[in-house]
Design a protein around this ligand. Structure first.
Ligand SMILES: [Zn+2]
Length: 383
């Protein structure tokens, strides 16, 4: 019994080492881990049999003498991981291989009036379609990460509430999908999934202290501190969209007045301009007017850059990140606005002069990618 457990622990350690340091030889694995070579050979044989690892050639050992050592690499098609993001009006899914490459994506639309059980059926169908179109056998799928825009209970696998669908309350997402799809389901909220995607594949790659500022119709931040995602007691850490600005009257969907989101989200900016010019205008029009220095647009966007500057600076002061990655939606705001906002952030930071600002170049799959990445991480932890 003890031996089995010990070997399982070694197996996880060896697979992680091959994953992170490939190509790598059995002897080098022994040097790093201190595990006996006979045990390594036995475990590697198992990993090869399971289709996770392959021998890809020979290299000289590090001393450059003696016989050449066989080297090991992971097989990209050895395991697959699904990411599924629920967002306003649609479900985004993707399939990730063991190497972290997106193999296939599928998108389907939903309506906010749909009942939660209908949405669950939609999720099941789109996942089945994703797997079918990619031509992957189900047994090669380790699991999926469900990316939720609302409040979740990660332990129980329940989505508690959502601001995008009124009927979505206490939905047993994990229980239903695990029963229907027959693989593991993990839950993660959207900003956390997005920061994880940046941390593993994007502008925050390898950065241990990282913040991602999600920006669109809502504002939130995903946090990685000391290499670990920070979810908080109820997995709702990072709700910076509800940072409150005293004296402001803008009404927020949370019920309060003067929240960052109610002042500075894309939707709120369009709303504010519509009230001033008495006509509906898109954010693109507002940004153009701002760049031409037209008074109402300048007034509104200067104010927005100021409140965003204060809010992001507060996040930086609290968490001391090395890098802050900003949502790709900031590209829609134009360089002039972004430069001004960056200056406003810097102005409000006291000791964090070294913090770097980057704009994300991830596409609309970012959330789903984070969900799949979480599943991959869980696989590497628990093999
Ligand atoms: Zn609010």
């Amino acid at each position: 019994m003890v031996k089995i457990k010990k070997n399982e622990y070694y197996k996880t350690q060896i697979l992680n080492l091959i994953y992170n340091k490939q190509p790598i030889s059995r002897i080098r694995i022994g040097e790093i881990t201190g595990i006996r070579l006979a045990t390594i050979t036995e475990i590697v044989r198992e990993l090869i049999k399971e289709g996770l690892v392959k021998e890809t050639g020979k290299i000289r050992n590090r001393q450059g003498v003696g016989r050449r050592e066989k080297i090991l690499e992971i097989i990209p098609e050895g395991k697959f991981f699904i990411g599924c993001e629920l967002r306003p009006g649609e479900i985004q899914t993707l399939l990730l291989n063991f190497k972290g490459e997106i193999v296939h994506t599928e998108l389907c639309s939903i309506s906010p009036e749909q009942k939660s059980n209908e949405v669950l059926v939609n999720i099941k169908s789109i996942i089945n379609l994703l797997v079918k179109k990619a031509g992957i056998p189900y047994k090669k799928i380790y699991g999926m990460g469900f990316v939720d825009p609302g409040v979740i209970d990660v332990e129980k696998g329940i989505s508690i509430s959502s601001t995008i669908m009124p009927s979505w309350k206490n939905v047993p997402v994990r229980k239903y999908l695990e029963q229907e799809l027959r693989f593991r389901v993990f839950l993660i909220n959207t900003p956390q999934a997005k920061v994880l995607a940046e941390h593993l594949f994007g502008k925050g790659r390898g950065i241990s202290d990282l913040v991602f500022i999600e920006y669109g119709d809502g504002i939130a931040c995903g946090i990685i501190s000391d290499g670990k995602p920070i979810g908080g007691y109820m997995e709702i850490a990072g709700e910076m969209g509800h940072f409150n600005f005293p004296g402001r009257e803008e009404k927020c969907r949370c019920g309060n007045r003067g929240c960052l989101e109610a002042i500075a989200s894309i939707h709120s900016i369009e709303d504010r301009m519509r009230k001033i010019v008495k006509d509906s205008v898109s954010i693109e029009d507002i940004v153009c007017a701002f760049e031409r220095r037209e008074p109402p647009a300048v007034e509104v966007l200067n104010d927005v850059s100021e409140v965003l500057g204060i809010a992001v600076a507060n996040v930086v002061k609290l968490l001391n990140p090395e890098v802050v990655v900003f949502d790709r939606n900031f590209k829609r705001m134009g360089n002039k606005f972004v430069d001004r906002m960056f200056k406003n952030i810097k102005k409000n930071i006291i000791f964090g002069e070294k913090v770097m600002f980057k704009i994300s170049d991830m596409g609309k799959e970012q959330g789903a990618l984070g969900g799949a990445a979480l599943t991959l991480q869980n696989f590497l932890k628990k093999t």
